[in-house]
Design a protein around this ligand. Structure first.
Ligand code: HEM
Length: 156
């Protein structure tokens, strides 16, 4: 169960990154090309939100029930703060990702409320852009040198 959830969480990262990148690039194109806000722009924002929410759900299941790292980290918080991996998965990774997912939701509400298409694209460029940067920083990439935490590109 733990391994399956970790595999799904690892795979879903690619869904978040791809939908986020498409939504962001479309917003840049819309802003620079002075293009109207289309149903496709809406769709990619929605797909980003859905994949981020699914990732939040699997992340919470891992955090609360399955991961031995976070279970130990929560029980012995002071000791976890001394270990790079335990601190990363108990505090840094979830905090950064929850903030990011909240940012994506706020962006979608602001886009919906904005009347002017150019304003919609501008909000998407800035807020999806910041969200994508935060996500890329908070992922444990395999090429990260110590003391950063590294994990494979796809969990087996
Ligand atoms: C966009 C959001 C997120 C992305 C892209 C993401 C990505 C990842 C990746 C790539 C891993 C490494 C998987 C592996 O070992 O192969 C990981 C591990 C983990 N993530 Fe996330 N994550 C996100 C959100 C969250 C959230 C919101 C939580 C908690 C509330 C969370 C909790 C965890 C935990 C507990 C682990 C590791 C558990 C272990 O190794 O025992 N993640 N995440």
């Amino acid at each position: 169960m733990y391994s399956s959830a970790l595999w799904l969480h690892s795979l879903l990262r690619w869904a978040v990154l791809i939908t986020g990148l498409v939504a962001w690039v479309r917003a840049i194109g819309g802003k620079t090309g002075n293009r109207p806000w289309t149903p496709k722009d809406e769709l990619w924002g929605l797909l980003l939100t859905i994949s981020a929410d699914l990732q939040l759900l699997v992340g919470l299941v891992l955090y609360i029930f399955l991961s031995p790292i976070t279970r130990l980290g929560v029980r012995n918080f002071a000791a976890a703060m001394q270990s790079d991996a335990a601190r990363f998965f108990t505090v840094e990774h979830p905090a950064a990702m929850i903030i990011t997912i909240a940012l994506i939701h706020v962006a979608r509400v602001k886009i919906r409320k904005a009347g002017d298409p150019q304003r919609k694209h501008r909000i998407a460029v800035v807020m999806f852009g910041i969200a994508m940067i935060l996500i890329v920083i908070a992922i444990p990439w395999p090429f990260m040198p110590p003391p950063f935490v590294s994990r494979p590109l796809l969990h087996r």
